[in-house]
Every structure is written in structure tokens, then in C-alpha cells.
Design a protein. Structure first.
Length: 284
């Protein structure tokens, strides 16, 4: 019943441009949508840079990189982006109100058999599906950052997701050469539920006087983690981590309360790499 050929990616930010890139590289026709022209330009620049790196490392030919880019078009209109889509992957900011408005519009604008996948890190998918006609076609498709590099994708069946819908998503995951991980639809699924507690505890260690460099070194050299928690928060965005913790606190209580320093840094705009400053400073 479901057949995925054309994909619309909503949001051209950190996650959206990576999702557009790997989908186009696998041969899908992709429309990438954002509400800001500047974000679309930046998103395409990020895709070109990432493909350029692969070409220079000999992992992809220039011809394949050019073909990949030629399969991606951009638009500022959600309705235009999704009108022919078989699969929408939503990667707009992690705000429940914005996501609900987006799903209401998708319900009206998409083909009735278009699958709706959310890249949310923490919001239960069943909430998003609740405003969609035919919620059997809504699921969680949680890519990890950086999208072109990480092999695993968390897949979440919501309360009403049909087996046919999940089978079509599994087929897509296979075609983009990724490994699916199935998770139950409670806030944070598996990855964010565990990771957010760990990251929050690292912020509390900074508050206790530990240096971010020492915390990262400890987790990398003593626990064999590939990246330390402070480096990881800078990569993901401290705002995203704080949002995640709030969602988890709502559903699971006090243990997910964001450390005061995390909220203070978010208020100061020190949200990590994308702002040029987080636990570390980055040259713009
Ligand atoms: N950053 C991460 O490491 C990470 C990892 C996994 C999942 N996620 C999830 O992916 C989603 C996107 O996160 P991100 O880090 O890419 O955010 P981002 O801030 O980098 O990008 C969001 C993009 O959405 C655009 N946007 C805002 N409102 C929009 C709208 N109404 N319609 C279309 N586009 C709109 C913004 O202009 C921006 O370009 C969130 O749900 C987040 O929780 C993020």
C-alpha cells in the first residue's frame, strides 16, 4: 500500500539537511522545506560541504555527489513541499505547539497514503498523531547527529501506527543503509531518555567545579565513550537538551529537572557549536 519514492523534509537545520542528503544519496527525490530562505541556503551549503568531504576522502565520486544534489529541491512552502510526497520527515524545532500546528497542516495537505515521520528527540509520537487524520501512518524516525555519519536510527511505533507503515519505513532505512532500533513510544524513547540524564549529570559536575575538559576526558579515556558529554551537548545544542529534559520531567518527574547551569547557558544564548559558544568556544 505504501510506496516511498518522493520525500519531503521539513526544516533545513542541523538534522533536516543531513536527512535530505542521505535520502537523496540513496536515490530518492527530495524536497527540503524551511520557513527561512537563509536556512535553505545554509542547509544546501552544509550538504555540499559534507558531500565534498566524502569525495575528497574517496568515499564517493564527484558524479554521485552531483547526482545527489540534483535530486534535492528547496521551497519555503509546506504545502508545495508535501503535495507529491510519499514520506514526510519532519525536523522542525522541538516545540510541541509548533509540531502540532505542523501536523494539522500536514493532515490537510498530504496525500492520504503519505507516511508522516517525526525526527523529534523526546516528544511522544502518539501526541503528534492525535491531530492527524489516519494516525496509522504516523511514526517516529529518530535520526542521530551527525546524520551522514551515525549508523543507527530509532524507530517508534505510536499507539496507532500500522505494521504496513512501519514496514515501508524499514524498507526506507534499509535503502539508506542504516540500522533500525525499535523503541517504545514514551517520552525520550530509549536514546534521549538515557542520554539526557547522563548529560544533565555532567552539567551538575561542571557546577560542582569540574572542568568540561576533565569530564569529557574522563568519559572518553576511562569509559571508552567516543565523545564526552560536554562536547556532545555542544554538538546537539544545549537548547535541544533542555527542551528534552522538560518533556521528560513532564512525564517522569523530578529526576529529569534541568540543572540550573544548563538553563542559564541557554538563556545566555551559549547553546553550543551553532552559536559559536557552549562549554567550549568555536571559531565562526
Ligand atoms: N540537534 C540534534 O542533535 C538532534 C538529534 C536528533 C533529533 N533532533 C530533533 O530534530 C528536530 C530538529 O532539530 P535541529 O537540531 O535540526 O534544529 P535546528 O534548529 O538546527 O533546525 C530547525 C530548522 O527548522 C526551521 N523551522 C522553524 N520553524 C519551521 C517551520 N514551521 N517549518 C519548517 N521549518 C521550520 C528553522 O528555520 C531551522 O532551519 C528537533 O525535533 C530535534 O529534537 C535533533
Amino acid at each position: 500500500m505504501y510506496s516511498i519514492k518522493t520525500i519531503a523534509v521539513l526544516g533545513a537545520g542541523t538534522m533536516g539537511n543531513g536527512i535530505a542528503q542521505i535520502s537523496a544519496a540513496a536515490g530518492y527525490t527530495v524536497v527540503m522545506q524551511d520557513i527561512y530562505e537563509e536556512s535553505l541556503v545554509k542547509g544546501m551549503a552544509a550538504i555540499n560541504k559534507s558531500l565534498g568531504k566524502m569525495v575528497s576522502k574517496g568515499k564517493m565520486t564527484q558524479e554521485t555527489a552531483d547526482d545527489t544534489v540534483s535530486r534535492i529541491s528547496t521551497t519555503l512552502s509546506l504545502e508545495e513541499a508535501v503535495k507529491d510526497a510519499d514520506f514526510v520527515i519532519e525536523a522542525v524545532p522541538e516545540e510541541l505547539k509548533l509540531k502540532l500546528e505542523t501536523y494539522k497542516r500536514l493532515s490537510a495537505a498530504c496525500k492520504k497514503d503519505c507516511i508522516l515521520g517525526s525526527n523529534t528527540s523526546t516528544l511522544p509520537i502518539t501526541i503528534l498523531a492525535s491531530v492527524v487524520e489516519n494516525p496509522a501512518r504516523v511514526a517516529g524516525v529518530h535520526f542521530m547527529n551527525p546524520v551522514p555519519v551515525i549508523k543507527g536510527i530509532e524507530l517508534i511505533s505510536a499507539r496507532h501506527t500500522s505494521d504496513e507503515c512501519m514496514d515501508a519505513i524499514l524498507e526506507y532505512v534499509k535503502r539508506i543503509d542504516r540500522e533500525p532500533v525499535m523503541a517504545v513510544d514514551y517520552a525520550g524513547f530509549i536514546v534521549s531518555r538515557i542520554l539526557d540524564v547522563y548529560q544533565n549529570e555532567a552539567v551538575k559536575c561542571v557546577m560542582d567545579g569540574n572542568k568540561p575538559e576533565d569530564i569529557d576526558k574522563a568519559m572518553k579515556l576511562c569509559c571508552n565513550f567516543p565523545i564526552g558529554p560536554c562536547e556532545l551537548m555542544d554538538l546537539v545544542g544545549l537548547d535541544i537538551v533542555e527542551h528534552g529534559l522538560k518533556t521528560l520531567e513532564n512525564d517522569f518527574g523530578e529526576k529529569y529537572k534541568a540543572a540550573p547551569l544548563l538553563s542559564q547557558m541557554v538563556r545566555a544564548g551559549e547553546v553550543g557549536r551553532k552559536a559559536g559558544k557552549g562549554f567550549y568556544s568555536y571559531e565562526k
